[in-house]
Design a protein around this ligand. Structure first.
Ligand SMILES: [Zn+2]
Ligand SMILES: [Zn+2]
Length: 139
């Protein structure tokens, strides 16, 4: 096979980026993702975005948790609806992050999913609601 030049820096290429398929050299390879530097930067940016979204969900979860202890709020339907919404968001992130291979995002999302589920269950029980979302049953 004839020698190819790295599409980024022009040095002799040693492999191909599995995303953009361009020839790349060792220097321009991101070993975490086995992508060229340019494709990998998108991946890192996406991962950071998931973390930002989880930070926001976590803050909202803490807020709801505090509110749920207040006498005038504990029977509030809005808290319940907000939590159900948060749970859906976390499940969505979990699903996407698993596909993307973002293991740190996955483990954070799993922790949040479990916390939110527990709080939701407690609120549902205290509000006297026996039915439960079918999305709850997972491994
Ligand atoms: Zn290069
Ligand atoms: Zn690439």
């Amino acid at each position: 096979m004839m020698s190819m030049k790295c599409a980024i820096c022009g040095r002799p290429a040693t492999t191909f980026c599995i995303r953009c398929r361009r020839p790349i050299c060792n220097n321009c390879l991101d070993r975490t993702w086995y992508l060229c530097k340019e494709c990998a930067s998108l991946k890192w940016e996406l991962e950071a975005d998931y973390h930002r979204r989880l930070n926001y969900i976590k803050a909202l979860y803490s807020f709801i948790k505090d509110k749920s202890r207040e006498e005038q709020c504990k029977d509030c339907i809005i808290l319940r609806e907000l939590l159900i919404d948060l749970l859906k968001s976390v499940k969505g992130i979990l699903y996407e992050a698993e596909k993307e291979g973002f293991s740190e995002v996955v483990s954070r999302a799993k922790g949040l999913e479990s916390n939110i589920s527990q709080l939701l269950l407690r609120i549902l029980v205290s509000q006297g609601i026996a039915i439960f979302d079918q999305g709850q049953s997972k491994s």
